[in-house]
Design a protein around this ligand. Structure first.
Ligand code: SF4
Ligand code: ZN
Ligand code: ZN
Length: 314
């Protein structure tokens, strides 16, 4: 196996690009994909302060590394979700990376700082864990960006993630979600812009980036992920990709290129009409109390829920 660029020994094959790369040229390829995503979707402007959502997994650490490498003013924010050993190890990986790079890592520990954790929030509300978790992440990242004066929140969603979400939204013809599924959402309601600079990279590629850059990342799968329907969509798409390399990229990037604009008119109005201020936290909401504060209130009143041991990623 030889590198497409220099004919030296290759360490990774990328069937969808019909290419093999040596370490140096794989890293160069990865950087180009990220720069292209940032430029195509005008994700980050010169001088923007970026807050990176850092879980401690391969995607978020690769993203932070790439943004720092490109000279962006990128701080990290890590949430301690309270999911047992899985969360403890994720926190260690996030801290180790920040220490190694001399980068600023902000941290919020849900249990210590907010009086609840994800397993307890899920049990207290009857929501699936990923729903309670996602709600908490969105709220706390928005809040931290607003309070810290950040212009942009960057998340490590990759091509596999976005293709799986698109697949789910298409299966149900959720046209409003389809209209919103763009990798750069403008700032609104006082909250920062939201961007996904890794959408041109697969999770295999972000893992390879971390291995080649010697970044120690959380390799365990979240023990609460079982039952997340996007895992099933990823399996289906991986089967299609194995048979026909490039399917995932054609599906998602083709959607961005040729289809997403057709769903814009299905997006509910972004105007401030009907919005009020949450009586607990002050953020914009359609009810008296925002969804996050309602969940927190119920979770705090609930007995803490223990978590079983993590499973290794397949
Ligand atoms: Fe949160 Fe679900 Fe991800 Fe676990 S798998 S970290 S519960 S969103
Ligand atoms: Zn090479
Ligand atoms: Zn609130």
């Amino acid at each position: 196996m030889k590198c497409r660029v220099c004919r030296g020994p290759a360490v990774i094959d990328l069937p969808r690009h019909n290419a093999n790369f040596c370490p140096e040229h794989f890293l160069a390829f990865t950087r180009r994909q990220v720069v292209r995503a940032i430029e195509d979707f005008e994700m980050i402007a010169p001088g923007d302060r970026v807050l990176v959502a850092v879980s401690g997994g391969k995607d978020s650490l690769a993203l932070w590394d790439l943004l720092l490498e490109h000279g962006y003013a990128a701080d990290g924010l890590h949430l301690g979700l309270g999911i047992g050993d899985y969360s403890d190890q994720s926190t260690r990986c996030a801290r180790a990376f920040a220490d190694d790079r001399g980068a600023t890592l902000l941290e919020i520990d849900l249990r210590a700082d907010r009086g609840f954790d994800v397993p307890t929030a899920a049990a207290a509300t009857g929501r699936p864990p990923c729903s309670a978790c996602g709600l908490s992440k969105r709220h706390l990242f928005d809040e931290a960006a607003r309070d810290g004066g950040y212009d942009v929140v960057a998340t490590g969603h990759n091509l596999d993630d976005e293709a799986a979400v698109l697949f789910g939204n298409t299966l149900t013809w959720n046209t409003e979600y389809l209209g919103r599924q763009v990798p750069a959402l403008p700032a609104r309601h006082g909250f920062a812009r939201k961007v996904k600079p890794l959408v041109r990279l697969t999770e295999r590629e972000t893992a390879a980036w971390c291995v080649l850059r010697r970044i120690d990342y959380q390799v365990e799968e979240c023990p609460l992920a079982a039952g997340n329907r996007h895992l099933g969509y990823k399996e289906v798409l991986n089967t299609l990709e194995a048979r026909s390399p490039g399917t995932k990229a054609a599906f998602y990037l083709g959607f961005l290129d040729r289809a997403v604009a057709r769903f814009r008119s299905d997006i509910a109005s972004d105007s401030d009409g009907g919005l009020q201020t949450c009586n607990r936290c002050g953020s914009a909401t359609t009810n008296e109390t925002c969804a996050f504060c309602s969940v927190v209130e119920r979770a705090r009143a609930h007995q803490p829920v223990p978590v079983s041991a993590p499973r290794r990623r397949r």
